[in-house]
Write a protein of this length. Structure first.
Lengths: 371, 79
């Protein structure tokens, strides 16, 4: 039986970021991946490294997101230097466009709440009116009333990130085991035996990073990961010369020139089919924001399942019954890659999550609601 | 000259051109290849519309075919 210091179950953005952080801390790590039968939230993301409005009502999540976005530039530089793979991270700030005065007022209220909840961290935002926005964004549609902007937002190439994390993982001695479903798991404190089709492997630590797959895996390790699928759809246009200087919540232009259009949320169970009505809604709002988008050809569109915990906040937990077992789930695997590689992985390596992550424990779902 | 029903890509090749576009990634030259609408190497600006698959468009007298020079431009008019 092959023994490792840590086994990470799930080779997507969350698992590979944690795995990368662990091998960087000189642990012997096996990174398991089920294969393309998995739902792969890592192919359903938009590429935003987004801070604005994350954690409204949950200051601990606002702080965690900010810290992750602040880790991002150094992580991207490090990965590019080590692997030669372009990550394309840019952090020009980002805008959330508002169509109509009601949307604008609601957004302003949200931004004020974020600032009030930010505590010592502070929260720097600006509400921009049409006049200011038209200086920043070309060809803004007449339906746009204004926007919120913060300097913390940015975007990157998520496929480049995933590729670089995997290459960095392998180059640092990590062992990637693709097409390896977990058929059985035996957990004891500090000792985990994982049965794969090709044999058994063992480690003193295990990290569950299998996205939607965590729901079934977690109980075997004395953990709980009550996550559900949330379908999203994306449209991608033909490549064009750079015209958008910064990302918008639902519209971003990639380094290669394609313009990506989102966003949508459908509670459709495990169905991954595209729905024209949703695609129309995405396209309609995009064209209201920038009428010139109308002339671009859509060359690709897809639907994917993302991971949604019950309150939309990440779940980070360590098993009390089987110390050494950890679980990590989130909705924002791109944004949180900085935190997962640079903050969470060192905690796992040390064998214990920092007290600041206690609020992210799944125990919060057991609290009976007030009568 | 090309026979009736020929594609714009065929007309370009018949006129002696090897290359119809430059790629957006590094500007290397490309010419029509599969001639059946699956390779996207025949992209050209046709009658003012960029990135058209010229092999899928029947050539007509007076049709304006221009080379697709890397990524298309956008004219960001607000209306």
């Amino acid at each position: 039986m092959d023994r490792y210091d840590a086994i990470v179950i799930g080779g997507g953005l969350v698992g590979s970021a944690i795995g990368y952080g662990l091998v960087r801390a000189r642990l012997r790590v096996a990174l398991l991946d089920e294969g393309d039968v998995a739902f792969r939230a890592s192919r359903g993301n938009f590429g935003l490294v987004w801070v604005q409005s994350k954690g409204d009502g949950a200051p601990h999540y606002q702080h965690w997101t900010r810290r992750s976005a602040d880790e991002w530039p150094a992580l991207a530089v490090e990965l590019e230097a080590k692997t030669g793979i372009a990550i394309g991270h840019q952090r020009p700030g980002g805008v959330h466009l508002c169509l109509g005065e009601a949307e604008l007022a609601a957004r302003h209220a949200t931004m004020e709440r974020m600032r009030a909840q930010s505590g010592n961290l502070g929260f720097d935002y600006r509400m921009l009116d049409r006049r200011e926005l038209t200086d920043m964004l070309p060809g803004l549609g007449p339906a746009v009333s204004g926007a919120s902007w913060t300097p913390y937002d940015g975007h990157a190439n998520p496929l480049g990130l995933l590729h670089a994390l995997h290459k960095g993982f392998a180059d640092n001695g990590g062992c990637f085991l693709p097409n390896s479903s977990v058929t059985e798991a035996v957990a004891s404190p500090g000792d985990f035996r994982i049965q794969l089709a090709g044999g058994e492997i063992g480690a003193s630590k295990v990290v569950l990073a299998a996205g939607l797959g965590n729901a079934d895996l977690a109980p075997h390790f004395g953990l709980s990961a009550p996550v559900k699928p949330l379908k999203g759809q994306i449209l991608v246009t033909e490549r064009a010369q750079q015209v958008l200087p910064m990302p918008i919540t639902t519209i971003r232009q990639t380094v290669e020139g394609s313009i990506m259009l989102g966003d949508s949320q459908e509670d459709a169970g495990f169905d991954t089919s595209q729905r024209p009505a949703v695609m129309q809604t995405i396209a309609r709002r995009a064209v209201l924001s920038f009428p010139w988008l109308r002339d671009l050809q859509i060359i690709r569109a897809w639907a994917a399942l993302r991971v949604m915990p019950p309150d939309a906040l990440p779940i980070y937990d360590q098993s009390e019954r089987f110390p050494g077992a950890f679980t990590a789930n989130c909705h924002s695997g791109v944004t949180l890659a900085g935190a997962h590689a640079n903050l969470l992985a060192p905690m796992v390596a040390a064998g214990m999550l920092d007290p600041e992550l206690e609020l992210f424990s799944a125990k919060r779902f057991d609290v009976p609601s007030a009568a | 000259m090309v026979p009736p029903g020929a594609s714009a890509a065929a007309a370009v090749l018949a006129a002696g051109f090897d290359s119809i576009r430059k790629t957006p990634v590094d500007g290397s030259e490309r010419g029509p290849y599969c001639m059946m609408g699956v390779c996207f190497d025949c992209l050209a600006e046709i009658d003012g519309v960029p990135n058209r698959q010229s092999c899928m468009i029947e050539v007509r007298p007076g049709m304006r075919i221009r080379r697709q020079m890397q990524a298309r431009t956008i004219d960001p008019k607000p209306e």
